[in-house]
Design a protein around this ligand. Structure first.
Ligand SMILES: Nc1ncnc2c1ncn2[C@@H]1O[C@H](COP(=O)(O)OP(=O)(O)OP(=O)(O)O)[C@@H](O)[C@H]1O
Ligand SMILES: [Mg+2]
Length: 309
């Protein structure tokens, strides 16, 4: 399968604090790739960097999308990539819309930014395809008059109108009622199947990543500590952090066993400048882990950063 996105040693700094410290991962065309990691590990900053959405930061490394460097693209090329070829679905859909503009106008305005003028029929057809049963009514409403689930479906519909190559969904169900979560995830799965759209799904939820993704990256402290197919990573996790995450989840399914907890909290990015970010919490650590950042090791289609393996 062709690689659609190749992130190479990506570093992102805000005010000289490096929060993304050398992220590497690649995504194949048509697959669902999960990015898993604790709060603050750098998932959203990485996701925003893919279409170079951050302002006032410095980027190093490279992001290769369909063989072109996003970090070297000029603004006009970037504006076709952003939202059009690479679409985003955010955590809180209400915040992504202007509360003072009715949905029909809002949708048309968003499309015109990309030079698109979909007819009302096209918009309605797409809204029906994302499971909205009364699209005419939805289009007349203001964002605040829609439920979280409806709003997220409109957002997904909007991205489909642009026929994107990649959809980046950053915790798309975390602000939505539990009963609607499964429907939104099923919708993303069906978009992937029907249109072959590559999906990058950011989540804290190991079960979700295991159930719907083909491949995954595990992030911690602004680095990807492990990447591989979901099958291989879940069956045989290499990195001590991935092992700990899987242990926390596995014990939820076992009766009469004390729940495993990973002690401690992630440290702030300026604390662990030249050491493995997981050092403090790792039960396999030794002196050599303090000296330098663990290098990326790639073996049989998997990659990881750990000196102890
Ligand atoms: N605009 C910014 N300026 C400075 N630092 C930032 C900025 N955005 C994020 N950070 C820092 O970058 C680090 C990673 O943040 P990020 O939002 O990517 O985490 P996350 O993995 O998405 O967490 P969560 O699961 O809570 O959404 C954090 O230490 C955060 O404080
Ligand atoms: Mg986030």
């Amino acid at each position: 399968m062709q690689t659609i996105l190749d992130i190479q040693n990506l570093k992102v700094s805000f005010d000289q604090v490096e929060v993304i410290r050398g992220v590497d991962f690649n995504v194949k065309k048509g697959e669902i790739h999960g990015i898993l990691g604790e709060s603050g590990s750098g998932k959203t900053v990485t996701a925003f960097s893919i279409a170079k959405l951050h302002e006032n930061c410095s980027y190093e490394g490279d992001i290769i999308y369909n063989k072109e460097s996003i970090l070297s693209m000029n603004e006009s090329k970037l504006s076709t990539v952003r939202g059009y070829e690479i679409a985003y679905i955010f955590q809180n859909p209400h915040e992504s819309f202007n509360p003072n503009i009715r949905m029909d106008k809002q949708l048309k305005e968003a499309m015109s930014i990309h030079g698109l003028q979909p007819s009302r029929e096209e918009i309605i057809r797409v809204l029906i395809s994302v499971g909205l049963k009364t699209p005419d009514l939805i289009l007349k409403k203001y964002p605040d008059q829609l439920s979280g689930g409806e709003c997220q479906r409109v957002m997904i519909g909007m991205s489909l109108l642009c026929e994107p190559q990649i959809i980046i969904a950053d915790e798309p169900t975390s602000a939505i009622d539990a009963s609607i979560k499964k429907q939104i995830i099923d919708l993303l799965k069906s978009i992937n199947k029907t249109y072959g759209t590559t999906i990058i799904l950011i989540s804290h939820d190991m079960d979700l990543v295991q159930n719907i993704c083909d491949s995954m990256s595990v992030m911690y402290g602004g680095l990807v500590l492990e990447q591989g197919t979901v099958e291989k990573v879940m069956e045989d996790p290499i990195h001590p952090y991935t092992q700990a995450l899987i242990n926390c989840t596995a014990s939820l399914n076992q009766e009469y066993k004390r729940l495993y907890t990973l002690e401690g909290l992630p440290m702030s990015p300026d604390y662990y400048k030249n050491r493995c970010p997981f050092y403090e919490r790792c039960d396999k650590k030794s002196e050599e882990c303090i000296d330098e950042m663990p290098q990326l090791i790639t073996l049989n289609g998997r990659s990881y950063r750990c000196k102890k393996i």
